[in-house]
Design a protein around this ligand. Sequence first.
Ligand code: 87F
Length: 722
Amino acid sequence: MSDITSLVSRLATLGFADSPVEHAPVDTVEQWAEALSSTAGLPAKFTLTKTLIFKPKQPKSEPMAPVVVIAKHDSPTNSKSIGNELKLKDLRFASDDVLRDVFQTAKGSVSPFALAQVSQESIAHVRVVVDKALLSESSAAPIAFHPLDSSRTVFISVATLQAFLKSVDGLVHLTEMDFVADAAAGTKVEKKTTAAAATTEPKDEGGAAGMTKPGIEVSKDVDFPTWYKQVLTRSDMLEYYNVSGCYIVRPLAYFVWQQIQEFVDAGIRAMGVKNCYFPMFVSKEVLDREKDHIEGFAPEVAWVTRAGSTELAEPLAIRPTSETVMYPYFAKWIRSHRDLPLKINQWCSVVRWEFKNPQPFLRTREFLWQEGHCAHMTKNEAMVEVRDILTLYRRVYEELLAVPVIEGEKSEKEKFAGGVATTTVEGFIPTTGRGIQGGTSHYLGQNFSKMFEIMVEDPEATGSVRPKHLVHQTSWGLSTRTIGVMVMIHGDDKGLVMPPRVSDTQVVIVPCGLTVKHSDEDRRVVVDACLNVEARLRAIGVRAESDLRQNVTPGDKYNHWELRGVPVRLEVGPKDLEQSSVLSVRRDTHAKAPLSLSGLESSVQLLLATIQSDMLIKARKTLDERVKIVLSWDTFVPTLDDKCLVLIPWCERIECEEQIKVRSSRAAQGDEPEDEKAPSMGAKSLCLPYKQPTNPPLVEGETKCVQCGENAKRYALFGRSY
Ligand code: 87F
C-alpha cells in the first residue's frame, strides 16, 4: 500500500495543504457521512464522492484497460452506459487482484489517488471518467475523498482534483460523463441500442463468433445462480435481452412451452373451455374499477403514455392479468342462465413491472401464460372446476416436466385478494431449499360479478319482479415459470436434463468409433446405419436426430447434446454394427446399455418412458426427504436452514403468519443474509396441503400451533420461497 505522507506532499505541490482528517474506518457512504458528522475541523459544506474501478471484457492478447470512475456519491453510475460511452464491452467491478496488482490498493480504499501508483506501462491504457456533476461543484463546496484508506478523508477543490489528474504521468484517456442526464435518458438509450449488440446480462456471453460455446463452468451446488444462467444461455434455451427483466425464449425452451400448451389445451377443451383473445390494453377507468385489490399491485402496472411524440389523452395500462379487461364483456354476454357456464381461456403474455431481482422464467417483467376465466350459476360448479384445473396443473408438472408438486389451498394472507379462495400447486427447488408457486386456480365467488354486474335472472323465481342472481366465477393461470422450475430441478453440472416428453430432441444418434484406419466405405455404412435408425424412430413418433457433422469429434458432440439435455444418445460404430446393436446412453443417470437393432423401436420407447418416470421418482424422493414435520418452534428455523420445507400444525391466523415470517428471517437469527439479493428472507406459508399428514394426527382442540400455541386447525406447509 502507498505512503500517505508522499501523497499529501504531492497534493501540497498541487496547491493543497491541509492534512486529511481521521475517523473510524467506513465501508459505505452512509457510514462515511455518519463518521464525518462527529469529526471536528471539517469545511462547512462538502460533497462526498465515490471512486469505482471497472474492468472491461477484452481479448487476452490486448493490454488491460481498467476504467476509473470518479463521481458524486449519489450519481447513477451505470456500468453499461459507461461501457457504451467508452466503447468497451461488459464492464465489471475490477477484482481484488487488479486493484492490488495495477493500482496497489484494495477494496474500501479506492480513490483517484491510486492513479498515482499505476506503472508507466499500464497507465496509458487506463480510462478515467469524471462525473460532470462533480465538476460543476467547482464554484461551490470542496469534494471529499479517502486518500488511499477509508479511515481518512481529504477535502480538495475540483481544481485540485483536475490538477492531480493532469499531473498523473502518462494518463491519456480522460472523459467527462453526465450520469444524471444519462440515467434520465435510460429508456431511450435502451430503445436505441440494437438487439444484437446489447444484453442486460453481460456476465455470460458464450463464445466469440466461430468458436464452440463452452459448457457449464460452475457447479450447481457451488454457485447456483451462475449455474442457472449458464445452463439456460449455453444450452440455447434463453438469451438475455437489452431490457432488464425481459428475456428471449429460444426454440428449445419454446418447444417445452408448446408441449405444455398442447396438454393444457386438450385438458381444458375437454372441460368445455374455449380459447379467445382480448386486447392487451386496459383504460385507466376500467382498471380502477378493480381498485381495491389492484392497490397492492399498482406499482407493477406498466403504462403507455405516448404515441410518437403525442401524449395520449388517456394513458393505457398493459394487462398484468385480464380480469378488468374481460369482465365488462362477461356482463354484456351473460344475460340469462342459458348463457352459463361461460368458460374462456386465452394464451398471451402479461406485463408486471417487478422491481425485485429478475430471474429468467421465474420472475420476468413480461411472461407467457394462459389465463382461464369462467362464470357459473352455482358455487359448487365453480369449486369443482377450480379443483379440476388444479389437477390439470399438477399433471403438467408431474407427467410432462417430471416435477412433483404439493396441492393445497393458500392462507388468507397469501391468497389472491380479489377472490374468495386460492388453490395452488407448490414446487420445491432442492438446491436452495426454497418453495415455488407453480400455478394457481381461484374461486372468485361473487366479488367480481358484484363489481362488474355480471348477473342473470334467477331461473327459479316466478312472478313479475325477477330477482337477479350474481354469477360465481373462477380464474386460473399457468406460466412459463414452469420451464424455470423444470431446469432448476433436473439440471446437473453438465447442463440441462430434459424429461423426454418435453424434449425437442429425444434421441440423438452419433456415429463413432471411426478412425483414420477406416475406409470411406466403413464410414458410409455407419452413416447409413445412423440414418436408418433415425428414420425407424421417427416413423414411430420418436423425435430422433442424427448428428453427422464431420468437423466435430464424437466427444464434442456428446458434450453438445448433454448440455442441451437430450434424454438418450445412441452411439453407432462399426463394432456395434457387427453385433447388430447400438449403444444407448441415458442423460439422467449416464447408464449405458447396448440395444439390439431388431426391436429397436420398442426398446427406445421403453427407455424414454423409463427415463420420464425415473426422473419424477427421483425428484419426488428428494421432495419427500426435504419436507419435514416440525412439532416445535425450536426446530422450525434450523430445519429451514437445512434447506427443507416444514409442515407444522398451524392456527391459520394472519398475525401468526406475520410473526413466523419475522421470527424466521435471518436478521432475527442474528445471521448475515445469505446474499444481498435475498436479504434475511423469512418463511411464508406455501399452502395448506390437501393431503394432510396423519402421523402424528392433528387433533382439533388438542394440537397446538407450533408458533403461537393457539389451537391448530390444519397442518400447513411453510418455507422460504421464490
Ligand atoms: C400484478 C399487477 C396487477 C397478480 C398482478 O392468478 C394485478 C395483478 O391481479 C393481479 N399480479 N394479480 C392476480 C392475478 C389473479 C389471477 N388472474 C387470472 C391469476 C390467474 C389468472
